[in-house]
Design a protein around this ligand. Structure first.
Ligand code: NAD
Length: 491
């Protein structure tokens, strides 16, 4: 088991219940983004066959266990998981760059995913889509049963290295499938720790395997003959490729992708709550959330009323090393990401945006000088057709767009290629209802800038924020199982 350290050396994947040395032709560095220091090496496995074979062998027995027996492993997992929240939060903060408090928030959601999966027998027996007709034809009864399908690949992004794998794994394995996880190469340490808790909980070898590597490793996994489907979460660029690759190889796919979530503020919004919720919402996890607000649309008088108050609140955000208690916002994930975000801000300014708060000028104290820091940035006079308003920034940037009316705000809100989430701040039930109906997004927040459904709801997403039919969280019950129709006649 990984212990908190300043260096983890060459990381080991989990195959057949053991963390093993593997052949690899190169390694990738993984960092503490707040120190800008390498803390481990990630082997790029080209050969994932052993891990898939192990999962395929495990499936034979595992899928035939009574669901109540599989549930006992999950109960044990919940116990060990909750005992290790502190260490896990530390590893997440260290490897991702988010604060310990943000890491704890991530883990609370991971525990909720276990709670949802604890309902697996109920979810399998659910009347929805499970059918039976006695005497459907003369002397013939017909019924459907939900069955697990085999080995699933789970491929996850850097920003929630534990929560997103936990959206899928507890549910998939309790339903009887087995899983090969490929965490992000940028920060695989917390996911490996999480996987060790499955071993500690006593899961049979092979029920969960973890492979390490980059996109090439993920592609090999998706194409593998014995992988029946892929649950992927990541950028739209990669997600659309994964969806196409899965289809080309006859695999089912559930793909959560990028976002650009609009937040509309009406003049009648509750001032105090809206300012606090919006100013912090944009900068939680340095903006590296698929549910992070992407554009702030201030309607009519809301522009004068809210703009300055939001700017003043944003200026109070304390940027710093993620493991210090005095830090509100940590670094971004990598030097490349920092450069990409800075360049987007520069291009926005060149395109006519006014830089009200400039995060590019933030400089950390000397001991953190190598860290990947950016301060919060606020941009005014942004137009919806600018790159900064159209593309996902995935960084601490708040673009302000002015709209003259509710109608115009809805139009702007719907004018990107993404549809993950959308929010409105208002004290009018009519505007709230109209907005919820007319905005083309999978998750809608009323008076909240981050609209995250708990695991008992599907995790929505439309347009290029999602590819597939069945969503993450509870919807994935139907993704990880298939209905078989059994017709029987006895005489
Ligand atoms: P990414 O797309 O760069 O990487 C995600 C995963 O895909 C990683 O494990 C990576 O190794 C793998 N990958 C890379 N190339 C691949 C290929 N060719 N084939 C298969 N897999 C490949 O994303 P990221 O930067 O780690 O994460 C940030 C993105 O994730 C953002 O766009 C964010 O909006 C999105 N995200 C979406 C949701 C959601 O639920 N919709 C949730 C969290 C994050």
């Amino acid at each position: 088991m990984i212990k908190i350290s300043s260096s983890y050396g060459l990381l080991k994947p989990l195959v057949e219940g053991k963390f093993v040395d593997v052949d690899h032709d190169r390694v990738l560095p993984t960092y503490d983004p707040g120190l800008g220091r390498q803390i481990g090496e990630v082997p790029v496995m080209k050969n994932v066959d052993e891990a898939v074979q192990s999962a395929a062998r495990a499936f034979e027995k595992w899928s035939r266990l009574p669901v109540y027996e599989r549930l006992q492993y999950l109960v044990k997992l919940k116990i060990v998981f909750e005992q290790r929240l502190e260490e896990m939060a530390h590893l997440i903060a260290q490897n991702v760059g988010k604060t310990k408090q943000e890491a704890m928030g991530e883990l609370r959601r991971a525990v909720e995913s276990i709670d949802m999966a604890l309902a697996a027998p109920h979810l399998m027996a659910e009347v929805r889509k499970v059918m039976n007709i006695a005497q459907a034809e003369p002397e013939i009864d017909m019924e459907t049963v939900k069955e697990p399908l085999g080995v699933f690949a789970v491929i996850t992004p850097f920003n929630f290295p534990v929560m997103i794998p936990m959206w899928f794994i507890p549910l998939a394995v309790t339903l009887g499938d087995t899983v090969v996880l490929k965490p992000s190469e940028q920060d695989p340490v917390p996911a490996l720790y999480m996987a060790s808790l499955f071993v500690e909980a006593g899961y049979p070898p092979g029920v969960l395997n973890v492979v390490l590597g980059d996109g090439s490793t993920a592609e090999t996994l998706i194409k593998h003959r014995d992988v029946v489907g892929v649950a992927f979460v990541g950028s739209t660029r990669v997600g659309s490729q994964v969806y196409a690759l899965a289809a080309a190889h006859g695999k089912r796919a559930l793909v959560g992708a990028g976002a650009k979530n609009p937040v509309v503020v009406m003049p009648d919004a509750d001032m105090k709550n809206a300012v606090e919720n919006i100013a912090t919402g944009f900068f939680v996890m340095a903006g590296q959330r698929c549910l992070a607000p992407g554009n702030l649309i201030l309607v009519g008088e809301a522009y004068d009323k809210f703009k300055n108050a939001i700017v003043e609140r944003v200026k109070k955000i304390r940027v710093g090393y993620q493991l210090l208690d005095t830090t509100d916002m940590g670094p971004v994930i990598s030097a490349a990401s920092k450069k990409r975000i800075s360049d987007m801000i520069t291009r926005a300014a060149e395109a006519g945006a006014e830089v009200l708060v400039d995060g590019r000028s933030y400089s950390p104290p000397r001991e953190y000088a190598e860290g990947f820091y950016l301060g919060p940035t606020v941009l005014d006079k942004v137009a919806i057709d600018m790159e900064i308003a159209q593309e996902e920034v995935f960084g601490p940037v708040l673009p302000i767009i002015r709209a003259e009316s509710f109608e115009e705000a809805v139009e702007i809100a719907n004018k990107t290629r993404y549809g993950n989430a959308a929010s409105i701040f208002t004290s009018s039930g009519r505007y709230a209802r109209e907005f919820a109906r007319r905005v083309n997004a999978g998750n809608v927040g009323i008076n909240m800038s981050i609209a995250q459904p708990t695991p008992h709801f599907p995790f929505g997403g439309r347009k290029q924020s999602f590819f597939g039919v069945l969503h993450a969280q509870v919807d994935a019950v139907d993704f990880f199982t298939d209905r078989k129709v059994i017709m029987q006649r006895w005489w």
